[in-house]
Design a protein around this ligand. Sequence first.
Ligand SMILES: *Cc1c(COP(=O)(O)O)cnc(C)c1O
Length: 417
Amino acid sequence: MEGTPQVSLEAAETRSFADTTSAGFASPPLRYRRDSWLSFAPPSIGPEEVIEVLDTLRSGWLTTGPKATRFEAEFARQVDAPAALAVNSGTAALHLALLASGIGPGDEVVTTTLTFAASVNVIEHVGAKPVLVDVDEDTLNLSVEAVAAALTPRTRAVLPVHYAGHPADVPALRALAEGHGFCLIEDAAHAFPAGIDGRRIGSGPNPVAFSFYATKNLTTGEGGMLTGSEDLVTHARSLALHGMSRDAWTRYGPGGPWYYEIREAGWKYNLSDLQAAIGLAQLRKIEGFQRRRREVAAAYTAAFAGHHALVTPAERPAAEHAWHLYILRLRAGALRIDRDRFIAELTARNIATSVHFIPIHLHPYFRDKYGYAPFDFPIAHDSYQRMLSLPLHPGLSDRDVEDVIAAVLEVAECNSR
Ligand SMILES: *Cc1c(COP(=O)(O)O)cnc(C)c1O
């Protein structure tokens, strides 16, 4: 938008529509335009993180050690997990979950098409076959009926993604798992902290993978956590550090023996104490972060629910939503513009947005390898074309939220059929 004058909201309100057509859009006029770009999901970093990282820098121990151990313990306590392993990404946690569950060549893993590529790439990494299914219209989580229909004698795991932070139907999937004998591996990249039926996501003995990527509800810059039973986490811990029998802290820590053995060819997935330090500070603030996320989501829904062109996110009664993402869908046929143009109009108003996600079956690698067509998963495909994600993070001020609401409503109003 080069050449577009930066105008404040107050100033913009007094300007005539004719003044603003120079922005490059014939319609609609830009009545609401922020002075400054509103970021989509910047990390919420304060002096607490700085102090904790400095403490680590001065401690003489930078890699995986006492802070990672504390981070694991405090995270496990927060989600009621039997055990937890801190790793250097959510993708690593998912990969370890599949490895430690013994998933490999010849096995099928059922998962949703509406997810980030990492959920499915790791299935490829272990040599198993991803079997994609469609989502439910309301939550956009994988459909339990579709999972049931996709099961074969080769199904070894089902991998639900708690999409946008709304938990998938874990109780129904667990019942299905018991009947069929597959294991449940949860992608909880969006779901810290979340719950269903009063149980925390991550509290079960099955593997659950969390992400602490820079945009996630809790961040360590890059990082992740695997929760599950003691046995599962112990195996994953060795796999995450070359397949070694002992980690560096127990070898180089006070009085540690030098000897170790390689039990299998493992990976290098450990989380450093520098990153765990950020996580420890973030954990202490997560309740406040979540309160603000819920407030912002509630304000968006109050403003958009009932609008003829907008579909707000669903929240099922048994679900405790982590509100990682706020996914707005445009109602089919209600507007004269498509989703891409809707995003361009918000960009012109200095509001960042995103799209979560391009369905897996549309990506060339999966499309070509497994012969998927766009309408194989009609709900995911149709929702993808109508969805956008609005800014949602604890740093949003009331004024920021008002700006997003005003801009969305203006674009919807000016382009209604
Ligand atoms: C972020 C994300 C991941 C991967 O997490 P990283 O920490 O970036 O490896 C996996 N699945 C989903 C759905 C995600 O959004």
